[in-house]
Design a protein around this ligand. Structure first.
Ligand code: NAD
Length: 498
């Protein structure tokens, strides 16, 4: 496989009302190859006027088009067609995703399958959808009239971009909403495939719209648009705070999947081989650019030295290199800006912990955004590398004594996305799960998830839980309809003679 995909577009446009268009004012931005940091294409940079046009197209499709009015079964057929097409493009998609984001090709493979699964899953759910009906015998019937909320604004980040876009597109479209997607500016390439996929699947015109561009322009205009009643956002916690305040004047519905600094807690009674495999994968897969990365490893004191030594030895052997090489385990970080951020945390870490692996660019990979898997041990809980999300291949390891201190350390950040517990004691695992402040907990495993279960964080890691029916509920209004069957008992106002 060649490193550069053969069918790269020379320029990436918006997709508005069924047409591929540039920004009205002609604005563009450069898109970089993360291995060389050279410009490989340009993308239209959406401004408020472009977002206005996309929202108008989506609104028209919502108010007058067939999509929100279709039978669930009809919508499901189109969603299943989308899934089939996505799946059939696995290789092209993986090549695009790996090239644009720097993800190792073996890890980019399978993203199309997961994206397809998101459409299939929500197609199945809406066909099986049932809503509540209540009978008050002889007096009243009450039922839920489920309705799509309207034009949904979908704003997504650059890590596994296509898969994360499908995560929002699947349930919003299944619910009957029409959408405007604003993909991350670092990675517009794979998102450019959606328009063709939806056209081929016969999604009605105007239901899907896409505006490329920067968060402060295109993203901001979408969030503030009065005809967009619902915003689904995945990204950094501080961006989430800003979007939250920008949604407040219109009291928009919001779902926020935000940052994390998730603990992986390894007790002395854990299966150490499995715990080491999993905690390495948990922070170094996807280049460490993973919201649920187990980026703080807490290890019980009695096994601490052994764990740290074995862990660091393995980390030093992780293969960093060309993302298109199937042997590569860690590729190149997405963008020089992000690279600088990660490198600055590594410098901070050198004053906060004991550096055991990595610590900068790997030898021979001095161009592009390569970072050697970096391990800091003996990191104290008040260290910045313990508290702050780095979002790269950097891990902080800290010892603990006993369950109480493990829990205290696990909960000692502003985040609460995931937690991973390694122990062979069933009761300890469940007790810990009950007290740890995180939206999701994995016991003796890492990030494997059934699509029916809730996904989301607590504290600074998110607002609301999506996943399964929760996602459909988020994109729908559940109107309560009450019908009186008999006489209505009404106090008669205005009938008094005095
Ligand atoms: P980011 O917050 O910088 O950007 C995310 C998206 O928001 C981009 O499309 C960006 O253009 C847009 N944006 C930025 N400012 C905006 C504004 N003012 N108004 C509207 N839109 C705006 O995040 P990122 O760097 O792209 O992604 C990495 C972050 O995402 C990490 O913090 C990671 O943990 C988080 N993340 C969370 C999850 C989850 O499910 N919890 C999943 C993946 C990534």
């Amino acid at each position: 496989m060649t490193r550069v995909p053969t069918n790269l577009p020379e320029h990436i446009q918006h997709y508005i009302g069924g047409k591929r268009v540039d920004s009205i004012g002609g604005e563009r931005f450069d898109v970089l190859d993360p291995v060389t940091n050279e410009v490989y294409t340009t993308a239209a940079a959406g401004q408020k006027a472009d977002v206005d046009a996309a929202v108008a197209a989506a609104r028209e499709a919502f108010v007058s088009g067939p999509w929100p009015r279709m039978k669930n079964r009809e919508r499901a057929r189109i969603l299943n067609r989308i899934a089939d097409i996505v799946e059939s493009r696995d290789s092209e998609l993986a090549a695009f995703e790996s090239y644009d984001s720097g993800l190792p090709i073996t890890q980019a493979k399978g993203q199309a399958q997961r994206a397809a699964e998101n459409f299939r899953f929500f197609a199945d759910l809406i066909v099986a959808q049932r809503d509540d009906t209540y009978k008050v015998p002889g007096a009243q019937i009450n039922y839920v009239n489920r309705k799509p909320k309207g034009v949904a604004g979908l704003i997504t980040p650059w890590n596994t971009p296509f898969m994360l876009e499908s995560w929002k597109l699947g349930p919003s479209l299944a619910s009957g909403c029409t959408v405007v997607l604003k993909p991350a500016e670092f990675t517009p390439l794979s998102a450019s495939l959606w328009a063709g996929i939806f056209e081929e699947a016969d999604l009605p015109t105007g239901v899907f719209n896409l505006v490329n561009g920067f968060g402060e322009d295109a993203g901001d205009a979408l969030v503030k648009h009065p005809d967009v009643p619902i915003i689904s956002f995945t990204g950094e916690s501080k961006t989430g705070q800003l979007i939250f305040s920008n949604c407040a004047p219109d009291l928009k519905a919001m779902s926020m999947e935000l940052g994390g600094k998730s603990p992986a807690v390894v007790f002395a009674d854990a299966d150490l081989d499995k715990a080491i495999d999993s905690t390495l994968f948990g922070v170094f897969s996807l280049n460490g650019e993973r919201c649920t990365a187990g980026s703080r490893i807490l290890v019980e004191r009695s096994i601490y030295d052994e764990f740290v030594e074995r862990y660091a030895a393995r980390a030093r052997k992780i293969r960093v290199g060309d993302p298109s090489d199937p042997k590569t385990e860690v590729g190149s970080l997405v963008h020089p800006e992000h690279f600088q951020k990660v490198m600055s945390y590594i410098e901070i870490g050198k004053g906060e912990g004991r550096l055991l692996a990595g610590g900068g660019q790997p030898a021979g990979l001095e161009t592009g955004n390569f970072v050697a898997p970096t391990v800091f041990a003996d990191v104290s809980p008040d260290a910045r590398i313990f508290q702050e999300e780095i979002f790269g291949p950097v891990v902080a390891i800290t010892p603990f004594e006993g369950d109480e201190q493990a829990l205290e350390l696990a909960n000692n950040t502003k985040y609460g996305l995931a937690a991973y517990i390694w122990t062979s004691k069933l009761e300890r695992a469940h007790l810990f799960a009950q007290s740890v402040e995180s939206g999701m907990v994995w016991l003796n495993s890492h990030n494997v998830r059934d699509l029916r279960s809730p996904f989301g964080g607590v504290k600074a890691s998110g607002l609301g839980h999506e996943g399964g029916y929760r996602s459909l509920d988020f994109y729908s209004d559940q109107q309560a309809v009450h019908i009186t069957l008999g006489d209505v008992h009404t106090a008669r106002f205005g009938c008094s003679e005095e």
